[in-house]
Design a protein around this ligand. Structure first.
Ligand code: NAD
Length: 355
């Protein structure tokens, strides 16, 4: 087998949507081996920990990880926060696997363009936010309270090497698209942003085939709403990316359809990554065959593109999803007044469109 994928479906609707994503991968490639493991609340119930060592070992040994979602009310009351699924599984997975590049595409499917809360022009929205995921203010030290709790400090810290590796990823991704990067910072105020801009400019000189420009984060937030079609790849640090990627996702009008990838260093010639839908475990509809599997299926498409370097299969899946949506087939979250289909039926329709 050419690739080994760790399948950690997790909780709630995770297993339902991941089953449909795996169906697509099995259909388009015969050289992927799948190995399943527990994560999140399901793992806590079975082993007492949301990220058992065996699961982490499997992920480390795999070429990619396909994750559903973790968490739910059943585990919210676990007294030790480090044993709750989100804190005890998601964050350590990212840091243990050194997944420093978060890739979040925001693309409105043609059939759903009217769902955007923003009036989109004919060019719509089709961009990627490339967010640095393991540095910046969420991780900087010191972070503490002083003066009896009345003085709080967080530290925004970046090292040159951290900027270089995420910028390199952005150049790689831009080359698969329209070769335009807007690097977003706050260089008029922040020292970390001045370092960021310096490094990105240096790297732009070594990558002359990609157009690089800079934008201040406040302007970028405004420009995204004014005309999202001006962006191809947005490269930015952790906190700015956190906020801008949610803004961009909402502009597509369909939070529940969007995938994401968190990439680490290339491993044995392939890009190691963890692929997951951006939605959560949706406990309100879990086990009812009502979840929309498209975000998970599009996450599988990203896996094909980045880890397997198989853009053709990735684009086939995306085209099949678009074709099914064009036919008016909808799960209940996007059905409006039409009669919805279930999770499995949506998966089957996409599979049929692939064939
Ligand atoms: P959520 O994304 O799970 O659900 C929000 C709303 O969107 C719900 O009404 C849900 O039914 C709907 N929804 C989400 N995905 C859908 C899909 N694929 N198809 C149809 N409808 C969908 O967010 P939440 O309710 O805030 O969180 C629920 C649990 O998930 C919490 O425990 C939270 O911590 C966890 N969570 C996990 C992740 C993750 O694993 N990456 C991300 C976000 C939230």
């Amino acid at each position: 087998m050419a690739y080994k994928i760790a399948v950690i479906a997790g909780d709630g609707i995770g297993p339902e949507v991941i089953a449909e994503a795996v169906k697509m991968l099995k259909h388009v490639r015969s050289d992927i081996e799948f190995e399943e493991a527990l994560v999140g609340g399901a793992a806590y119930d079975a082993t007492g920990h949301p990220l058992p060592e065996t699961t982490l070992d499997l992920c480390r040994s795999a070429d990619a990880v396909l994750l559903g979602a973790v968490g739910g009310p059943k585990w919210d009351q676990i007294p030790d926060p480090k044993l709750r699924p989100e804190v005890g599984a998601l964050l350590p997975l990212r840091s243990e696997l050194n997944l420093y590049a978060n890739v979040r595409p925001a693309k409105a499917f043609g059939a759903l363009v009217d769902a955007s809360p923003v009036k989109l022009g004919p060019a719509g929205i089709d961009l990627i936010v490339m967010r640095e995921l393991t540095g910046g203010i969420y991780f900087g030290e010191p972070r503490e309270r002083r003066e009896g709790g009345n003085y709080a400090v967080d530290s925004m810290v970046y090292r040159r090497s951290e900027v270089e590796r995420i910028a390199q990823r952005a150049f790689d991704v831009a080359r698969t698209r329209h070769r335009r990067i807007v690097s977003v910072d706050k260089a008029n105020v922040l020292e970390t942003s001045r370092l960021w801009r310096e490094v990105v400019d240096e790297m732009a000189q070594g990558n002359p085939d990609v157009n690089v420009s800079h934008m201040l984060v406040d302007n970028c937030a405004m420009q995204l709403v004014r005309d999202p079609s001006q962006f191809d790849v947005i490269l930015t640090e952790n906190m700015f990316g956190d906020i801008l990627s949610d803004e961009a996702a909402m502009i597509t009008g369909s939070l529940g359809l969007l995938p994401s990838a968190s990439l680490g260093d290339p491993k044995a010639g392939t890009v190691f990554g963890m692929y997951e839908p951006i939605h959560g475990s949706a406990p309100d509809i879990a086990g009812q065959n009502r979840a929309n599997p498209i975000a998970a299926i599009m996450s599988a498409a990203m896996l094909l593109q980045y880890t397997c370097d198989d853009t053709a299969s990735s684009q086939r899946i995306e085209a099949a999803v678009e074709a099914v949506l064009q036919k008016g087939i909808r799960t209940s979250d996007i059905a409006g007044t039409s009669e919805p289909v279930g999770t499995r039926q949506m998966g089957d329709a996409i599979l049929a469109a692939l064939e």
